[in-house]
Ligand binder design. Structure first.
Ligand code: ADP
Ligand code: MG
Length: 407
């Protein structure tokens, strides 16, 4: 409630000496796993505000001259004291490395008081994902993804993996049609090639993979094989197959997979699309869409075995077109529209006295447009279970679906 937020802001002022001299905290705007984020007015410095948010192509530049939006608003990310100093340092280091890209939130400054650390970023006014992902047109989606991939290209060029690409971390304003990548709390530097140790590192296109021996008698009760340790940081439903399979040589391609899941949410009008409780369930979800064969191959690529006796999992993948068609046909507003169109046709025909026997041509299914089919081709290049053949962020920027997008 408003009262709770007010009390929390008072507590924030009390616990962080000197904060009130620098900022007027006006609202709480986010609470994640590792931080609380507040909206504040910077009482002294407004230089960065002009640098970053008063860009010449800002359409509202002239009209908003006298509105309060012109204030130097900042977002203060208050990193929880339970975060390790290593993690906090890592996030601040990466943020300061990534300055200079218009689609990445630049670090203005960082402050520490005792065990509390604050990261100060320009405030970016954005729209809740749930308010626009179902109504976005294909051109809207193109503008969104062009900016997301511009940001990711920049991040990846610095050999940094973001690790947590999802709607909450790519802020988007539907009015200005601008996006901003935030949250480098889980980001990491891509490991050196020399330290890589997964079987996938020796992958060669076209060569049949040697599958590791399957454990005899199904799932072993006392498994004596050594466990695999790897970074699995990220968010449920957005983890790439190699993350779920505990590949120790993860690359920047895990981010393009997550971006693919995000595109799938737009195209299917479902969010979250994948919704599992753990990594095993997540693999089952992937197998349900991509088929048993692909998941088995994918596991072999990373030197592990994927085996399942779940009868609903088919060998072959479900075509993404079919999957999306099915989701759209079931999407309520569309289903209602389709129903209304059928009813109108029925009424027209019966008034003209031509009868209604042409039922076969009245397809209940949602027919995909050419634009949607182009988007799905792009989607399938992102949701490639093999990271070697999956699009990189740079390839995605240049893909025909995004190449011609005007920003
Ligand atoms: P966490 O690690 O806790 O997820 P984030 O950096 O993702 O922290 O921030 C949490 C939320 O705060 C975001 O999802 C967003 O809603 C809001 N937020 C973060 N940075 C900004 C910003 N620069 N401008 C506006 N809102 C922001
Ligand atoms: Mg976040």
């Amino acid at each position: 409630t408003v009262e709770d937020v007010r009390r929390e802001i008072q507590e924030f002022y009390r616990s962080f000496a000197g904060l009130s001299d620098e900022f007027e905290v006006i609202d709480k705007i986010g609470e994640g796993t590792f931080s609380s984020v507040y909206k504040a007015v910077d009482l002294h410095n407004s230089r960065y505000f002009n640098d970053y948010w008063d860009l010449p192509n800002e359409s509202s530049a002239s009209e908003s001259k006298d509105t309060p939006e012109k204030k130097p608003y900042v977002a203060i990310k208050r990193i929880y004291v339970t975060s390790s100093p290593w993690r906090i340092l890592n996030e601040l280091k990466i943020l300061s490395m990534l300055k200079g890209c218009t689609t990445i939130a630049p670090l203005i400054t960082a402050m520490r008081h005792k065990d509390q650390v604050l990261a100060v970023l320009p405030y970016f006014s954005h729209t809740d994902f749930r308010e626009f992902y179902q109504t976005a047109s294909i051109p809207d989606i193109q503008v969104y993804f062009r900016q997301l991939f511009d940001a990711l290209s920049f991040v990846h060029a610095h050999h940094i993996i973001h690790r947590d690409i999802k709607p909450q971390n790519f802020l988007y304003n539907v009015h200005t049609r601008r996006g901003l990548l935030v949250d480098f709390g889980l980001a990491e530097t891509e490991p050196e090639r020399t330290t890589r140790k997964c079987a996938c590192r020796t992958w060669v296109p076209g060569v049949q993979l040697k599958r590791p021996p399957k454990p005899l008698g199904g799932h072993p009760k006392n498994d004596s094989r050594p466990g695999r340790r790897s970074n699995r940081a990220g968010t449920r439903g957005f983890r790439a197959p190699e993350v779920l399979l505990k590949c120790p040589d993860q690359s920047t391609k895990i981010d393009t997979w997550s971006a693919g899941v995000l595109l799938l949410c737009f195209l299917s009008k479902r969010f979250p699309f994948f919704n599992s409780n753990d990594d095993i369930e997540a693999l089952v979800e992937l197998a349900t869409v991509f088929g048993r064969r692909k998941l088995e191959e994918c596991a072999a690529l990373h030197g592990v075995v994927f085996e399942t006796t779940i009868p609903t999992i088919k060998d072959a993948p479900v075509q993404l077109e079919k999957l999306i068609e099915w989701c759209l046909a079931a999407y309520k507003p569309h289903a209602a529209l389709a129903h209304e169109a059928r009813r109108q046709r029925f009424l027209r025909r019966s008034m003209q006295g031509t009868g209604t026997s042409s039922g076969a041509s009245d397809r209940a299914n949602y027919a995909l447009t050419d634009d949607e089919l182009r988007a799905i081709r792009f989607l399938s290049a992102l949701l490639d279970v093999n990271p070697h053949t999956r699009l990189s962020a740079q390839q995605a920027q240049r893909h025909q679906f995004l190449r011609a997008v005007e920003l």
